[in-house]
Design a protein around this ligand. Structure first.
Ligand SMILES: C[C@](O)(C(=O)O)[C@H](CC(=O)O)C(=O)O
Ligand SMILES: [Mg+2]
Length: 294
């Protein structure tokens, strides 16, 4: 799949080629390069990731479409891997949801997910979530479909209903969302592998399982989820959590010990950084340009 294909086509192709498709959460463009280096075929921009990492804010719907779209542009500028984007609740009503889809698609995203929570959303793994009605969410999805500028752009409907209304209701909602035009379903915060199996069987669309850490869902392997019929497996914040713990340890050690001697071993070297960035290639281009007197 080359850049000639639209991002949506590339995401669909990745999901067809790798079963289930592992989707790497990346908090920024450099993390995208790291995930690509590790062999991932699809990327994810987490709403929590943007809020936490770029703004130091909690995941409570405080970041704007413009801010998320900017992050999307930065990521797709440096990698051709398809990027699924967390669209939260779509930042508004019908017309705004369509605008959100158009904006993220033009920014270079391959697809987005929209959830059935009320506008004042919460993290899917926190208590106190409130949902919109099934009908309202179907209208949200229909508006998203209308906003497509590329018919291969993936509209994924996320249902947060399991934690609020139970498994049966969540599956019934998911079926309605597919009817409304959703290409894929994000089954949020299910409690067991058996529930994912049940869900995947009940829904006529690819189902995504969110393997976020320290949440309500057990950490299941990609093999287990694949056997249960799940088609996409998401790790939204795994690398961010690890980076954050590592960074805190570095800051604390520097303050305590006054030197980074003991930390060097755990650091990415300058050469490794340059390799990931393709630094030398950029430098060659600059040298070539100055040799030509440009
Ligand atoms: C997937 C998610 O929407 C995100 O923004 O990354 C979060 C992840 C998390 O908070 O662990 C969610 O599941 O709500
Ligand atoms: Mg989110």
């Amino acid at each position: 799949m080359t850049e000639n294909h639209s991002p949506g086509v590339r995401l669909r192709a990745a999901a067809a080629a790798e079963r289930p498709l592992q989707v790497a959460g990346v908090i920024n463009a450099y993390a995208a390069l790291l995930a690509k280096r590790a062999g991932f075929r699809a990327l994810y921009l987490s709403g929590a990731g943007v809020a936490n990492a770029s703004f130091g804010l909690p995941d409570l719907g405080l970041t704007t479409l413009t801010q998320v779209a900017e992050e999307v542009r930065r990521i797709v500028a440096v990698t051709d891997l398809p990027l699924l984007v967390d669209g939260d609740t779509g930042w508004g009503d019908g017309l705004m949801v369509a605008h959100t889809v158009e904006t993220l698609s033009r920014a270079g995203a391959a697809g987005l997910h929209l959830e059935d929570q009320e506008q004042g959303k919460r993290c899917g793994h926190r208590p106190g979530k409130t949902l919109v009605s099934t009908g309202e969410m179907m209208a949200r999805i229909a508006a998203a479909v209308r906003g497509r500028v590329d018919d291969q752009f993936v509209i994924m409907a996320r249902t947060d209903a399991y934690a609020v209304e139970g498994l049966e209701a969540a599956m019934a909602r998911a079926r309605c969302y597919v009817e409304a035009g959703a290409d894929m379903i994000f089954a949020e915060s299910l409690g067991s592998l058996e529930e994912y199996r049940c869900f995947a069987q009940a829904v006529q669309a690819p189902v995504l399982a969110n393997m976020t850490e320290f949440g309500q869902t057990p950490l299941l392997t990609v093999q287990e989820l694949g056997e249960a019929g799940v088609r996409l497996v998401l790790y939204p914040l795994s690398a961010f959590r690890a980076m954050s713990a590592a960074a805190l340890q570095v800051y604390e050690t520097l303050r305590r010990e006054g030197t980074q001697q003991r930390l060097i071993e755990g650091m990415q070297t300058r050469e490794e950084l340059y390799e990931i960035l393709g630094y030398h290639e950029y430098e060659r281009q600059r040298d070539g340009a100055s040799a030509k007197g440009e």
